[in-house]
Design a protein around this ligand. Sequence first.
Ligand SMILES: [Mg+2]
Length: 368
Amino acid sequence: MTTILRVTATPCSVPLHTPFVTALRRTETTDTVVVTITDSDGRTGWGEAPQVWQVTGESLAGATACIETMLGPAVTGRRIDDRDDLRATAAVVQRAVARNFGAKAAVDAALHDLVAQAEGTSVAAVLAGRPDGIRDVLTTDVTLSAGAPDALADTALARVTDGFRTLKMKVGTDASTDVQRVASVRDAVGPDVAIRLDANQGWTREDAVQVIRALEVADLGVEFVEQPVVADDVEGLAWVRERVDLPIMADESCYGPFDLERIIRLGAADLVNVKLAKCGSLSVGRDMLRRAHEVGLRTIVGSMMESHVGVGAAAALVAAEPTTEVSDLDAAWWSVSSPVLGGIRYEGNQIEVPRTGGLGICGYADNS
Ligand SMILES: [Mg+2]
């Protein structure tokens, strides 16, 4: 019988090679909590709870406290022999506290990692419930930080040189210049590179319609516009969507399955962005993708600014349940180095996802 011996939460600060700037924040580090779960056979499962004050409201201190005082004790001593044990223990995690989705996602990923390692397979295979048809290479976009038009054009060209074919632009910082900045990037990269926009709640409903209409008139080849209005204004998303032609994506308005149903009911979006730090669980994320696909919504899987551990779990989700669009999983690419050994690997715009050994992480890296 295999049981859970120990859960640890270790705050980490990983330097970025380029500052990350959105309508909501600017950061030069990824600040995150790396979680490990050790079982009685000596295996270690890994997970990550990123600090995202401006989006989820979760912090290093909050996630650490949640894991050390609530989630850790709730799972310690439980059996983790097989997938039934995994389902039961993952459900305990979801019920243990309200919200705290990043902390729950971290523990949930580590549990999946343990079971996948014990079975000698990948987290994606465990999640998909089948050994075959699991992808081991994903394509990701890359974000351009918010900035002035000239600087953005330079950065866009650099990213194309780095191998990326889909650029995600942060807009919503200044409605009067948003179109100009997108035009500047389109001019720089030419017609063959995809451009998607994320306003991160930065516009009013009226600004959103005005800017999106202007983007349409300028014919800048935008794939979709993500989260034009504040998270709670799902009716506003629908209001904007009714008045524009470009596809609208819900991100901060879509945490879990109930948000997804509300979006479906209101016709509030064409696409949804599923993230583990919002929905708190790999299986919930998988079920949200399935539900979205069932009703004809397009999907991406994204992440917060997190390291190779959390992005690895999100990549496993996409590998198990392919999305309709190119993933938004560049977060760990921004890190100067990974806090762990093994796990996912970036190669241009491709992410290689380990096929065996769970998330494929074999220990902390010595970056000191
Ligand atoms: Mg977003």
